[in-house]
Design a protein around this ligand. Sequence first.
Ligand code: MD6
Ligand code: FE
Length: 216
Amino acid sequence: MNTPDLFAHERIGQRESLGPQSLVLRGFALPHAEALLPAIAALEAAAPFRHMVTPGGFTMSVALTNCGRLGWTTDRRGYRYSTFDPDSGRPWPAMPGVFAALAREAAAAAGFDDFQPDACLVNRYVPGAKMSLHQDRNERDLAAPVVSVSLGMTATFLFGGHARTDKAERIPLYHGDVVVWGGVDRLRFHGVLPLKDDPHPELGRQRINFTFRQAG
Ligand code: MD6
Ligand code: FE
């Protein structure tokens, strides 16, 4: 069932607090969406989406790729940032100007000035794909925020506390929403529930999520 998103117009422009230094900027990426989609196609041609293996030996249900100087990777040896795509041996594709500008504007709108991302992890979810609760702690400078952009199908984001077992809030993330978090919230556990099969009018049966960080 493709449920029409009747309330999109009322949400756009809203700011919803998730914590003292984290918030959702509803629809913030919509003005950039037209430019983002061709950039994803170009990125995918240079560094295809792939399913990586976690240190515990599980193949991730989310397919991922990267752009920017540093790319996030995982394999049996651990999680790390790397300047090279392990599949091709080449540097990750450059971060498109539209990506970096959007990330910088969103960070500034959330009160984090001078955000200079050097890493953009791009996740692709299809129905059933999920992201287990985790912390983002592989970045060198945890003072910088993370900026996360959602496109395509709606996902339910889990936003917990500083312990894995803390109760997590459930937040729907819609096409065009941007989440910014940093400061005291930077290490909170978070994840994504299995994606429901509710195709998006433009992107079809997928959700694309970009997370921008200062990793190096
Ligand atoms: C996702 N996002 O939304 C997964 N991490 O698909 C993340 O894991 C994430 O959205 C750090 C900051 C923002 C995020
Ligand atoms: Fe994360």
